[in-house]
Design a protein around this ligand. Structure first.
Ligand code: PBG
Ligand code: ZN
Length: 326
C-alpha cells in the first residue's frame, strides 16, 4: 500500500484528530522543580545567567513548595548555597546546614504532600569548588564517599525523601545506601546522577550556586561527551549499588543516551534539563527570536519521547504557561 491509497495527512486534518492521536503527554506530576536555597539571603536574588530564576532565602521555601503544588508538581529538588564554604565542605552534612533547615521547614509544613529531593555533593560547600575532597591536587575518591554518606544521612534525618548524589565518585551510590541503612533510613530512596557528562551546559548553575571549580575542570569524574557504552556501565553499576532511579544529564544533547537507557533498564529514568538548556531558551525568547512556550513544550516532549519518565526542569516553575501549548 502506498500513495494514493495511503494518505498520511488524513489523520492530521483537525486539531481534535491530532490531539486524539498524540502519544506523548507531559504531566506536571512527572516534573521535578529545582530550588536554590541561599543561607545568606533575606530577599530572593536574581540569577543573572538564568533570567527569571532566583536564589531563594530560607524564609521563602514554603512559597516555592506552594508554587510547585499549585501546578500539580509533586517534588522539588533542593540545592543549598551555604553562607560560608570551607575545606571539608562541612555545610553539606551539618545538622543545621541550609538544605537540612529548608527540608525541616518544608516537611513540617507540607508533610508527605510534597516530595523533597536533595542534591548530594560537596562542590557548593567546599572552597575549591570540586565535587570531592582534594589532596595534592587530586580528588580523593574513597575519602569523599564517607562525606557523601554523611551528607545523605543528615539530609534523611532532616526529612529528605529522595537523595540525589551528583558527585560522580565511583561507589557513591553503594556508600550512600550503606550509610542510610546503617542509620535506619532504609526508606530513603536514591536518585543517582548516573550518566552525568562533563558538560558546558552546567555553566549557569555554577553561577547560581557559586560552585565552579576554582582550578581545573570536572573531566576526571564526569563523563566524556563522546562516551556511549560508558553511560550504560555507569547506570548498571548504580543500579547494582542500590539506586532506585537513575539519571541522564544533560538531557537535550544526550537524547540518544536517554533512549538507550530506557530500552536497556527497568528502573525509572530521570532526565535533567539543565541550567544551560534553560538559559539558551530564555535568551532566545527574550530577544524575540523563538516562541518560548512552543519551544519549551517541544523540548520537553522530545525528552519524554526519548525515554524520560521524569524530568528535572527549571521550566517547571511556569508549567501552566506552556503545558497545553499546541
Ligand atoms: C553539583 C551539580 C551540578 C548540577 C547539578 N548538581 C553542577 C556541576 O556538576 O558542575 C548542574 C545542574 C544544572 O546545570 O542545571 N555537582
Ligand atoms: Zn558537585
Amino acid at each position: 500500500m502506498s500513495f494514493p491509497n495511503v494518505r498520511m495527512r488524513r489523520l492530521r486534518r483537525t486539531e481534535a484528530m491530532r490531539t486524539m492521536l498524540n502519544q506523548i503527554r507531559i504531566q506536571p506530576s512527572n516534573l521535578i522543580y529545582p530550588v536554590f536555597v541561599d543561607e545568606a539571603l533575606s530577599e530572593p536574588e536574581h540569577i543573572t545567567a538564568m533570567p527569571g530564576y532566583f536564589r531563594c532565602p530560607l524564609d521563602q521555601v514554603i512559597q516555592e513548595g506552594q508554587t510547585a503544588l499549585e501546578q500539580g508538581i509533586k517534588s522539588i529538588l533542593l540545592f543549598g548555597i551555604p553562607a560560608e564554604k570551607n575545606e571539608s565542605g562541612s555545610g553539606a552534612y551539618a545538622k543545621d546546614g541550609i538544605i537540612q533547615q529548608a527540608t525541616r521547614k518544608l516537611k513540617d509544613h507540607f508533610k508527605d504532600e510534597l516530595i523533597i529531593m536533595a542534591d548530594v555533593c560537596l562542590c557548593e560547600y567546599i572552597n575549591h569548588g570540586h565535587c570531592g575532597i582534594i589532596k595534592d591536587g587530586d580528588i580523593q575518591n574513597d575519602k569523599t564517599l564517607e562525606l557523601l554518606g554523611k551528607t545523605a544521612v543528615s539530609q534523611a534525618a532532616a526529612g529528605v525523601d529522595i537523595v540525589a548524589p551528583s558527585a560522580m565518585m565511583d561507589g557513591q551510590v553503594g556508600a550512600i545506601r550503606e550509610a542510610l541503612d546503617e542509620a535506619d533510613f532504609d526508606q530513603t530512596a536514591i536518585l543517582a546522577y548516573s550518566a552525568k557528562y562533563a558538560s558546558s551546559f552546567f555553566g549557569p548553575f555554577r553561577e547560581a550556586a557559586d560552585s565552579a571549580p576554582r582550578f581545573g575542570n570536572r573531566k576526571t569524574y564526569q563523563m566524556n561527551p563522546g562516551g556511549v557504552k560508558e553511560a550504560l556501565r555507569e547506570i548498571e553499576l548504580d543500579i547494582n549499588e542500590g539506586a532506585d532511579m537513575v539519571m541522564v544529564k544533560p538531557a537535550l544533547a544526550y537524547l540518544d543516551i536517554l533512549s538507550l537507557a530506557k530500552t536497556t533498564f527497568d528502573v525509572p529514568i530521570v532526565a535533567y534539563n539543565t541550567s544551560g538548556e534553560y538559559s539558551l531558551v530564555r535568551a532566545a525568547a527574550l530577544n524575540g527570536w523563538v516562541d518560548e512556550q512552543a519551544v519549551i513544550h517541544e523540548i520537553l516532549t522530545s525528552i519524554k519521547r526519548a525515554g524520560a519518565d521524569m524530568i528535572i526542569t527549571y521550566h517547571a516553575k511556569n508549567v501552566n504557561a506552556w503545558l497545553n501549548y499546541t
